[in-house]
Design a protein around this ligand. Structure first.
Ligand SMILES: Nc1nc2c(ncn2[C@@H]2O[C@H](COP(=O)(O)OP(=O)(O)OP(=O)(O)O)[C@@H](O)[C@H]2O)c(=O)[nH]1
Ligand SMILES: [Mg+2]
Ligand SMILES: [Zn+2]
Length: 307
């Protein structure tokens, strides 16, 4: 029987077969080419299960090859990675200006990771009700100016008290599997609760002392929308560790650089200080945003320091 993993808690996986939910376990080892994973099965996976004689539990026999996945370095286990979710049609990154603050660097790291599968990205700016002051205005303007021209849509919302979030989000979510990610405390579960009537995700006020979230959601979980489509709530991410990317490959994951690739003087150009570099020229001419270029350098250098 085929089904989709909607939740995993330790060694049990909730599999939705369309007709029922069957708690299933893995038996035996699953080899996954080239990846050392903390979770062999991820929310979003399609699996083949065999229902046990008691009819209530199942055994996972096979994972249908993933179309894509969003993956990060494990924070707990060195050299291991963690799949946040798989087989998604798009990823929403929820960001807030304060309580907690989301940096442009963090946004860029997340976008790089979804670009490797060309997963469309949407930036959801939450807590618009708390946006006040010049600093906020500037931050918000930057978000629009930097990301929209790259093809990432930007949606502004106040998940906690916006009566119209269903209307706002439905056109984006209908018929698709959407992942919601972001720092702890930005309001991912709050938005989910407002969009999925039956969902009852726990939410929690952020710490006054650190102005950071308290990591309230601890497992990813897929919820079906009332219309066609589903939404995956995920635990807050502190830092987004990008999996090893080759130096010369990184620029492929920056849409604004992609169009100039192949136009540098040297084939193996890393776009740092090489003569005849088209990326540096476009940066100079203002076609590439300096913040984005800075993120590019940061990721590039961090990769170097791991070797
Ligand atoms: N002012 C304001 N507060 C909000 C808004 N959306 C969410 N919050 C509050 O922010 C806090 C954190 O919200 P959660 O939904 O738990 O955040 P989360 O992103 O799911 O956090 P983790 O599960 O820890 O990753 C809660 O106290 C929410 O009530 C909003 O639009 N405006
Ligand atoms: Mg949550
Ligand atoms: Zn170059």
């Amino acid at each position: 029987m085929k089904g989709r993993v909607i939740k995993s808690t330790g060694s049990w996986y909730e599999v939705d077969t369309g007709e029922s939910l069957i708690s299933s376990r893995l038996k035996g080892k699953f080899k996954q080419a080239g990846l050392k994973l903390t979770n062999p099965i991820a929310v979003g996976d399609w699996v083949e299960i065999e229902v046990e004689p008691n009819q209530e539990t199942g055994i996972i026999r096979e994972i249908v090859p993933r179309e894509n996945y969003v993956i990060r370095k494990s924070t707990r286990k060195k050299h291991f990675s963690h799949i946040i979710a798989s087989n998604v049609d798009q990823a929403m990154l929820m960001v807030t200006m304060q309580r907690p603050r989301t940096s442009f660097g963090f946004i860029d790291r997340f976008l790089v990771s979804i670009e490797s599968f060309r997963i469309p990205g949407i930036i959801v700016v939450n807590k618009m009700d708390q946006m006040e002051g010049e600093d906020a205005e500037e931050w918000l303007q930057d978000i629009h100016e930097i990301y929209e021209p790259l093809g990432y849509q930007v949606i502004e919302t106040s998940a906690l008290n916006d009566e119209s979030s269903q209307e706002t989000f439905k056109p984006y979510l209908k018929g698709k599997t959407t992942l919601i990610a972001g720092h702890s405390g930005v309001g991912k579960s709050t938005l989910l609760n407002s969009l999925v009537e039956k969902a009852d995700q726990v939410t929690q006020e952020i710490s006054d002392y650190t102005t950071k979230g308290l990591h309230t959601t601890t497992f990813a979980e897929l919820f079906k929308l009332e219309y066609e489509g589903s939404l995956i709530d995920t635990p807050g991410i502190k830092e987004f560790g990008i999996l090893d990317v080759e130096d010369t490959e990184l620029s492929h994951y920056f849409p604004e650089m992609r169009e100039y690739l192949g136009q540098c003087k040297y084939n193996d150009c890393k776009h740092v200080n090489e003569p005849g570099c088209m990326i540096l020229q476009k940066l100079e001419e203002g076609y590439i945003h300096p913040y984005r270029y800075q993120s590019y350098l940061n990721i590039l250098h961090e990769e170097d320091s791991h070797r």
